[in-house]
Write a protein that binds this ligand. Structure first.
Ligand SMILES: NC(=O)c1ccc[n+]([C@@H]2O[C@H](COP(=O)([O-])OP(=O)(O)OC[C@H]3O[C@@H](n4cnc5c(N)ncnc54)[C@H](OP(=O)(O)O)[C@@H]3O)[C@@H](O)[C@H]2O)c1
Length: 281
């Protein structure tokens, strides 16, 4: 599979998201995904499924070093007094000695940013995480990490799909040798009936979902982590490397972005970047 190279490591551009997958369903889907060729799995402490993900990886028989595994530290564990212990617990559940990528799940304002990042660096120094990064961080906060710390953050995991522009975050990532991890890349399934995507999909004999995923991974420094528990979708979401969208088609899909295209907006959201489309609206 195509991958993004970051600090000498390969990150498969298509991973499996696991939010809301739990118990035997989670184990089955992750196991099947690994069988089909997925080598990038995304979980988080708050998903309450690290143990199922770990079981599926362990029983797959695939070498741990061939799998790119991400987990995220929940907001109640970002303090330096809590983060290392929470990561040790995650690793125990995941049945592994390390994760490939460890993220802060959301910005937390009550604790100095420098301390949160320093706690991430501590567990990285201990070898518990090969790489570190953030999620749901606007560029203003990422800029502070770069200005105020020596940490090498490699990604910002943010909501990104055809209805939401992320040009500010993407530009920032490209300028700072980072990649953008696109979550909710299918806009939670909303893309499947989109007329523009369906029209382009028809030309290539693909589905609207496949076109949305292709649009993401065809962009430089973008990785996508769609979630599914449907075995057909699991298989077809991988089948996006045998066609290429034209520059005109890429632009047409980018033009679907809307000012109110964001789906994930909990009360604790930071002040998001306002992108070109939003400014123009
Ligand atoms: N960092 C964060 O704060 C954050 C927030 C949200 C999500 N995430 C991560 O990102 C992952 C993905 O995001 P998400 O779960 O919110 O949304 P998503 O991947 O955009 O959408 C999942 C939905 O799309 C459907 N689907 C999957 N493949 C499809 C296809 N080919 N055609 C049509 N529909 C399809 C799935 O239904 P079926 O099961 O029926 O296929 C499911 O209902 C999460 O699982 C999680 O790992 C991170």
């Amino acid at each position: 599979m195509k991958s993004v190279e970051i600090k000498g490591r390969q990150v498969p551009v298509l991973g499996l998201g696991t939010w809301e997958l739990k118990g035997s369903v989670c184990q089955d889907v992750v196991g099947k995904a690994l069988e089909l060729g997925y080598r990038h799995i995304d979980t988080a402490q708050i998903y309450d499924n690290e143990s199922d993900v770990g079981t599926a990886i362990k029983s797959s028989g695939i070498s741990r070093t061939d799998i790119f595994l991400t987990t995220k530290v929940w907001m109640d564990s970002v303090a330096s007094s809590a983060l290392p212990k929470s990561v040790e617990e995650s690793l125990k559940k995941l049945k592994t000695d390390y994760v490939d990528l460890l993220l802060l799940h959301w910005p937390v304002s009550g604790i100095p940013l420098r301390d949160q990042i320093s706690a991430l660096e501590t567990v990285q120094d201990w070898g518990l995480a090969k790489m570190i990064g953030v999620s749901n961080y606007p560029t203003a906060l990422m800029r502070r990490i770069i200005e105020e710390t020596e940490a090498e953050i490699v990604t910002d995991q943010v909501e990104y799909h055809p209805y939401l522009s992320q040009s500010a975050v993407l530009d920032f990532c490209r300028q700072h040798d980072m990649f953008l991890t696109a979550y909710s890349p299918l806009a939670r399934g909303k893309v499947r009936t989109d007329m523009t995507l369906l029209e382009i999909a028809g030309k290539y004999g693909k589905s609207a979902g496949q076109v949305a995923l292709r649009w993401l991974v065809q962009q430089e420094s973008v990785v996508a982590i769609p979630k599914t528990e449907n075995l057909l979708h699991l298989k077809t979401n991988l089948e996006i490397f045998d066609f290429e969208l034209s520059p005109e088609e890429m632009a047409k899909i980018s033009a679907l972005a809307q000012p109110n295209g964001r789906i994930v907006a909990p009360d604790w959201s930071p002040k998001w970047d306002r992108d070109d489309q939003e400014k123009a609206a």
